[in-house]
Design a protein around this ligand. Sequence first.
Ligand SMILES: Cc1ncc(COP(=O)(O)O)c(C=O)c1O
Length: 398
Amino acid sequence: MDLLDKCRVVGAADDARALGLYPYYPGSQGPAGHGQVLLDGAEVCMLGSSDYRALSSNPQIVAAAQDALALYGTSATGPRHQSGNLELHEELEADLAGFFGFEAALVFSTGYMANLGVVSCLVGRDDLVVVDERAHASLVDGARLAGANGARVLSYQHCSPDALAEALATAPGHPALVVTDALFADSGRAAPIARLVDVCARYGATLMVDESHGVGLLGRGRGIVHQSGVAGQVPLMTVSFGTSLASQGGAVLSDARTVDYLRHHCRPQLYSAGLSPAETAAAHASLREIRRHAERVPDALAAAERLRGALEVMGFGVEESLGPIIPVRFASEHAMLSAQRLLLDHGIYANAVLSTASAGHRLRIVCTDAHTPEALDAVIAVFGQLREDLIPRRRRPA
Ligand SMILES: Cc1ncc(COP(=O)(O)O)c(C=O)c1O
């Protein structure tokens, strides 16, 4: 048995390829903007992007990245604690902390590394880490790493405060970290943050919330913790810059002592180059833009509400969700993949969500600020035209 034998076994990706329905790594993508992308040379309406506020092509954000590139060069030149600590990082950290209401922030080279690093650094031998069963892979992997270092790792039923309480009750007296996404990217479901805060307070556990998909959109741009009225009661927050902040990188926010501890003990922070100047400046310019317009309802939310309503009326299996993500359920993986391909053939790209038995088969349709009412008219017309082929007859409303 060779180590690489597993790579040669025919799997789901090969099956989808054989059917001509392979949905991942879509085409070779050209320049993007205004909600459109070029996929293999054809113009497609992008309904699967995390660029929720459409800032990645905003001239102000692009100019901020270009200015930083010209001034500071292409690289941070090393890890932050050595040569790579730029004033750009510290300015961004100060503004992140101020905007989200924390004492301090620490920037990482990706959101994945922020989650992996923080969980595995803070949870040690004999501590407990309890993770929502559908938490982002980076949180799960952080917990696995903590487990490899002697921590006890448990998961709790998706979005269930009662299940969390049961898990915490199994290890009284052990310091515990509870980890969840604020808004789950695959389903658009929001975690019941206020109730999780209550459970954590009852058991003396520390709550860490990943706000990557709430930031810039909900809670006046500050995310779901703020929207839930419990800002100040969640001691640790992380965010990826790959969503509304239209860049690369991520950050953790907490009290000053915890952040200082992470600065000196968190391995992905210590042993990886600092975020590049252009990426740091783009994230900062996006944060400023979001802060400037924090009182305004993002266009992405209005667009999603309209599209969600139209799809429901047409009889699509729209699941309840919050924010710009519209999950549409299909009866089988084949039906979902066929729908994804049919939409693509008609100029619409939506995400095929990797299926699991418990999560079902979904297309993930995402609106951004770039989807104008006219663009949505066109999208809704295509769904209307394809309705017969996309929805099995028995599910259709009369
Ligand atoms: C909830 C969540 N956290 C973290 C990450 C990782 O962020 P990044 O892309 O910056 O590594 C993602 C990206 O998929 C995410 O959806």
